[in-house]
Design a protein around this ligand. Structure first.
Ligand code: GLY
Length: 426
């Protein structure tokens, strides 16, 4: 089989690495890929958002399966376009990619199907939104409806912050049309966890739980980022609460949609807050998480391509996922300054040495090859991943491995997994 993976981050390198292990696969393309995918796939210089060129490429090369990493192509309707041409592609269609593409749609569907989520109201006018904030009191969460590169969710502790957020989204159009509508919702405090499922619209096949670290600095301080590290499983989620999450956060939604004639196929990612052992859905994503994937897929023993094909063919009821039950932890190495301004083009040293280390994996994100060298090419540069018998072992191994990697202005968090470690030490 020929497989095309779309995207260029750590998640996509991890996908390519896992797909490479499948006995069903002879050839992998990655569009546009990075310095890591370059080693095991053929990088194709097409942007993940250029659906016309991706389709043309897949038809020309007789690609048997396309796997979409990021959300934008899904929200743009890549699945519908490929399927119209008879191509197999993994992910939901455009109308269901709205679960991530429109927070308003997502919250309305949650309400419709009784999925536990924070109470909310929708606004299109700044004055009405401000009036609501004054009546309701703080804290509140203000969200732009559409995709906003992870920046469209603002936690407001004071009225001043809330009014500023409303003005910047609705009046100043900080996120363009993504801010035509806003959601104002109650703040649910607690600890956040990511639970992802494979579903073919009937069967729900959960992946192992995970947690990521979104803040730039140790102790979960500093600005929000795309994610500075992740681990799996999340000790926060007991077996019982995991079953509750599947029962309350996923089952009613998948069943409800199916009854409407909407068959959700692909990965559905629930970003959940756990409060008093009860799950609240903060958001759905219609794809694998980044960096969660880098902490989940190294634990998966089953053939990922087989699972994806069974999802597309609606035969997940016969599929079983097998997992390595050890602990997996991933730390993101970034270019200093990220998520603000950072340099590109700095040579990375030590990658060859890491290839020989047992239970250590390296997934590239913002890297590229230049004159046979690997150089930095983004804010999040590398994911260094380790599997260990327990959290402590995985954490120690990963930080030992990181000592071998150097590049100018390299930065990373030194405490990935600290919450998990505190929890198991309780
Ligand atoms: N780790 C957060 C995300 O993938 O959206």
């Amino acid at each position: 089989m020929k497989v095309l993976v779309i995207g260029s981050g750590g998640r996509e390198h991890c996908l390519v690495w896992k797909i490479f292990q499948s006995l069903l696969v002879d050839k992998i393309y990655c569009a546009p890929g990075n310095g890591g995918t370059f080693e095991i796939a053929e990088n194709v210089n097409i942007s993940a958002e250029d659906i016309d060129s991706l389709l043309e490429f897949a038809l020309k090369e007789d690609v048997d399966l396309t796997v979409v990493g990021p959300e934008i192509p899904l929200v743009l309707g890549i699945v519908d376009r490929f399927e119209e041409k008879g191509l197999k592609i993994f992910g939901p269609k455009k109308e269901l990619a709205l679960l991530e593409g429109s927070k308003v749609y997502s919250k309305e569907v949650m309400r419709k199907y009784g999925v536990p989520t924070a109470d909310f109201r929708i606004f299109t006018e700044a004055e009405e939104a401000k009036q609501y904030v004054s009546q309701k009191g703080l804290p509140l969460v203000i969200k732009a409806d559409g995709l906003a590169a992870g920046k469209g969710v603002i936690i407001c502790e004071s009225q001043d912050e809330a009014f500023k957020a409303i003005d910047s989204i609705i009046v100043d159009k900080q996120f363009g049309d993504a801010g035509n509508k806003i959601i104002i919702e109650d703040l649910v405090d607690g600890e956040e966890v990511s639970v992802l499922i494979f579903t073919d619209g009937n069967t729900i096949l959960p992946l192992v739980s995970s947690q990521d670290h979104k803040r730039a600095f140790d102790g979960d301080n500093g600005p929000n980022t795309g994610g500075m590290g992740a681990y799996s499983p999340a000790p926060l989620v007991s077996e019982e609460s995991f079953n509750q999450i599947i029962k309350k956060a996923f089952k009613p939604l998948i069943e409800g949609l199916r009854k409407e004639g909407k068959v959700y196929k692909g990965i559905l990612y629930g970003g959940l807050m756990i409060k008093n052992n009860q799950p609240y859905v903060l958001e759905y994503n219609v794809r694998l998480g980044d960096p969660e994937t880098q902490a989940i897929l190294p634990k998966l023993k089953s053939d990922l391509v087989e699972v994806m094909l069974n999802t597309i063919n609606e035969s997940l009821s016969d599929t079983v996922l097998e997992w390595d039950d050890r602990f997996c932890l991933s730390v993101v190495l970034t270019s200093g300054g990220y998520p603000g301004h950072y340099e590109k083009g700095n040579q990375i040293f030590g990658l060859e040495e890491l290839k020989n280390m047992k239970d250590i994996y390296v997934f590239h994100a913002g890297t590229k090859t230049l004159d046979n060298k690997i150089v930095t090419n983004g804010g999040r540069v590398l994911n260094i991943v380790s599997i260990g018998a327990n959290i402590k072992e995985a954490q120690e191994k990963v930080y030992q491995a990181i000592k071998i990697i150097t590049f100018d202005k390299m930065f990373y968090r030194k405490d990935i997994g600290y919450r998990a470690l505190q929890r198991v030490n309780l």
